[in-house]
Design a protein around this ligand. Structure first.
Ligand code: SF4
Length: 275
């Protein structure tokens, strides 16, 4: 019986880091330039179900007025709502972020907690948001899994999972911790540019030789997991249906890869956000 060799995370991260010009992922840039954990937390909640540009605008406006838990907890939902309106669901989000600020004040002395267990006890904070706070707010190894990380991990063949939650557990179990921090920013960057939900640009991909799907397609074979392959979008939906669900503005523009939100995770200026 033969077994597959372990996935070469070092080569994978090297190639993606070079391709997207984000520098050496080994340099602990995030540990030295981590964002304000409170603003990462609130910005990530605001980013739910909206476009990055909307989150950026709303976050800048919100944090200019309420930069920390103490000031945000004192605000009323009515004062918060107009500042975050373009993120959608702003009634709900205003209440959620205010409640979150209040709990951080009441239970954690105004300091955002540093563990997954504590973070996920806060209102509207699930595993992805909590992991974002660890990685981007504190520079602590975590595994934020969004749709890009879930889809690409399955295409690569490093996991065989059906949900982001399963993917997080599988990646935590199989990826050495020294690789955790750069995984999310690089996979999100890749998912926004080449490894798109539908029609990934495998012939242009710098990690094709490491990817189970890329290798299979290059040999004219079906991808090992068709649900994640180029003919299907995430969630096992037929491509045509998924394309309609994507809707205007959600398809990625074609062309040369560009830096993007998650892209720049290792050199993001303060005040910006991520999901
Ligand atoms: S080879 Fe294709 S499926 Fe694999 S990571 Fe690259 S773009 Fe994605």
């Amino acid at each position: 019986m033969t077994t597959d060799p372990p996935f070469d995370w070092e080569a994978f991260l090297d190639r993606l880091g070079a391709f997207y010009h984000i520098g050496d992922w080994r340099v602990p840039y995030l540990r030295d330039h981590a964002e304000d954990p409170f603003q990462v937390l609130i910005g990530t909640i605001l980013s739910q179900r909206t476009r990055d540009e909307n989150t950026d605008t709303a976050s800048a406006r919100l944090f200019a007025k309420y930069p920390d838990a103490r000031t945000l907890a004192r605000a009323t939902a009515r004062q918060i709502e107009p500042l975050i309106r373009e993120t959608g669901f702003y009634h709900t989000k205003a209440r959620a972020i205010r409640a979150c600020a209040q709990e951080i004040l009441d239970r954690f002395g105004g300091v955002v907690p540093r563990t997954l267990e504590e973070l996920t006890t806060l209102p509207s904070v699930g595993p992805k948001t909590a992991n974002c706070v660890l990685v981007f707010g504190y520079g602590i190894p975590g595994m934020p899994v969004d749709t890009h990380v879930h889809r690409i991990s399955n295409r690569l063949g490093v996991v065989r999972t059906d949900t982001p939650e399963e993917t997080e557990a599988a990646l935590r179990a199989s990826v050495p911790e020294r690789y955790w921090i750069p995984v999310n920013p690089l996979l999100v960057q890749h998912g926004q540019n080449l490894c798109r939900p539908i029609h990934p640009k495998c012939p242009e991909c710098p990690v094709r030789s490491l990817c189970a799907t890329g290798r299979a397609l290059a040999k004219g074979r079906a991808p090992p997991r068709p649900a994640d392959g180029p003919g299907r979008a995430p969630g096992n939906r037929p491509m045509a249906r998924a394309g309609r669900r994507a809707g205007p503005g959600r398809r990625l523009a074609s062309g040369t890869p560009v830096r993007s939100r998650a892209a720049a995770a290792s050199r993001r200026p303060r005040g910006s956000r991520r999901r």
